[in-house]
Design a protein around this ligand. Structure first.
Ligand code: CUA
Length: 311
């Protein structure tokens, strides 16, 4: 029922945050009910009546003043202690070893690296459920913010200052996230998904991502490949197994067709949507760094045929 909300935690860290949120909600609801009741009761009880005298006035009532000062202090102290506890438990210490996953925020997409496996993908983090992953957060341009409500705390991604956190998703599933720091025109289309899979499935995925796709030699796909070279797409995008396999200005396309979304969540990934994107990315995601190449229908078809071979 709660879907991708903090009420439906999928990690022990988020459990802590979710619990604190519920406790605070109950306390605040109690205060709201008390205040609402006092306001309503007193408005009725002491409302203006023709000829009635003013109700008795209380000045300098020390007991009352001590009580209404002490109670909020006590309440705030309780909330403070609970919050500090939750902050510690939701952000366990991270070791000084190389991270399992490096997540890099770009305007406006996410680069996801698996340094040990040599895999690079975009806009989705695959991980084995139940096996904590040490994640390093970086930013390529401006400040972004990692936030996937069901898997844990938010964390800023700051240029020149890597941050670290544990991603410890225990329940297999797909968890939706977004950039939570305003980072420019397409901040709203900087969506991220975390796919927690059984360790076997994750290993299969990782192996598949390590494969170098075979470059097509003939047919539409080969024509698309030639177009890709003519339009120098490789100046920004990398495809392993081609001459341009290093550059990381734009999403790595080595296994583009295996991903779930295009344009960091702007479109679900299908040949039709890929064609829409190729026809004019600026119509789908205005101001994104992917230019409109004014491809004609034929060229769009060839390009899609090529990109669809990148599985
Ligand atoms: Cu990246 Cu907002």
């Amino acid at each position: 029922m709660f879907g991708s909300s903090p009420f439906n935690p999928a990690s022990p860290q988020e459990q802590v945050i979710s619990h604190l949120f519920v406790v605070m909600l109950v306390i605040l609801a109690g205060i709201f009910v008390l205040v609402a009741w006092l306001v309503t009761y007193n408005s009725v009880r002491y409302r203006h009546r023709e000829g009635a005298a003013e109700p008795p006035q209380l000045f300098g009532h020390s007991t009352l003043e001590i009580v209404w000062t002490a109670l909020p202090i006590l309440l705030l102290a309780v909330i403070f202690v609970l919050t500090v506890q939750a902050m510690r438990r939701s952000d366990p210490a991270t070791p000084e070893r190389s991270p399992d996953i490096i997540l890099i925020g770009h305007q406006w997409w996410w680069e996801v690296r698996y340094p040990q496996a040599g895999v690079i993908t975009a806009n989705e983090i695959h991980l084995p459920a139940g096996q904590g992953q040490l994640m390093e957060l970086r930013a390529a341009d401006v400040i972004h913010d990692f936030w996937v409500p069901q898997v844990g705390r938010k964390m800023d991604m700051i240029p020149g200052h890597p941050n670290r956190m544990w991603l410890d998703v225990t329940r297999p599933g797909t968890y939706l996230g977004a950039c939570a720091e305003f980072c420019g025109a397409e901040h709203a289309w900087m969506r991220l998904r975390v796919l927690a899979e059984s360790p076997d499935r994750f290993q299969n995925w990782l192996r598949q991502q390590q494969q170098v796709p075979v470059q097509p030699a003939d047919g539409e796909a080969a024509l698309g490949r030639r177009l890709y070279q003519q339009y120098t797409c490789g100046n920004c995008h990398a495809i392993r197994g081609t001459a341009q396999d290093r550059i990381q200005v734009a999403p790595d396309l080595t296994h583009l067709a295996s991903r779930e979304t295009l344009g960091a969540g702007a479109l679900s990934n299908s040949p039709a949507h890929l064609a829409e994107w190729m026809r004019n990315p600026q119509a789908v995601k205005p101001a994104c760094n992917m230019p409109d190449f004014h491809l004609n229908d034929r060229q769009v078809q060839q390009m899609v045929a090529y990109l669809e071979t990148l599985r």
